[in-house]
Design a protein around this ligand. Structure first.
Ligand SMILES: [Zn+2]
Ligand SMILES: [Zn+2]
Length: 169
């Protein structure tokens, strides 16, 4: 067990201490310790959420007095905000897994209704790619694929850093 002191927003007094396992301590620092303390190592590289789950099996996390889907929160903290109109799909099929490397942005038909990217009459996106029809909406799948590719590089980069840190520990 490794004990971490958590400081207040103003960075003054430590207001609580959180005990993390060695594995939790090595998770990316972008994830606050109290969130890391709810993750455990699973099979196949999954990071399993151990706290509350929704009836459909996704983890619930709280940060700054707000409740978030745990996998979405961890993805945002480590990788960044996913593009508007997308949802995160679990490549590992384990719904309470929060490993960002196991998540990919996809555009389900129901999300496209609210998506701002497509306007009537548009056949190409802002970058000039031809749009695809998804349901009754047009959407640039090339831009989405490019985004997922850039994220893949980011995931590889932090996985390498993480392995190096584990080795050093
Ligand atoms: Zn997983
Ligand atoms: Zn495009």
């Amino acid at each position: 067990m490794i004990t971490i002191r958590v400081y207040g927003e103003a960075g003054c007094m430590p207001y609580k201490t959180i005990a993390l396992t060695a594995w939790q301590a090595q998770l990316p620092e972008a994830i606050p310790p109290h969130v890391r303390s709810n993750i455990t190592e699973g099979d196949g590289g999954c990071w399993l959420w151990t706290r509350s789950k929704s009836p459909d099996g996704y983890g619930w996390a709280s940060l700054k007095n707000k409740t978030h889907q745990a996998h979405r929160l961890v993805y945002r903290l480590v990788i960044g905000e996913p593009p508007e109109g997308t949802v995160l799909d679990h490549l590992c099929r384990v719904r309470h897994c929060v490993n960002p490397a196991h998540l990919e942005c996809v555009t389900p038909a129901e999300n496209l209704i609210r998506s701002p990217i497509t306007q009537a009459g548009m056949t190409v996106c802002a970058k000039g790619h031809e749009l695809s029809w998804i349901g009754r909406q047009r959407r640039c799948l090339t831009c989405l694929a490019e985004y997922n590719q850039s994220v893949r590089l980011k995931k590889i980069e932090y996985a390498r850093e993480w392995r190096a840190r584990r080795k050093a520990a």
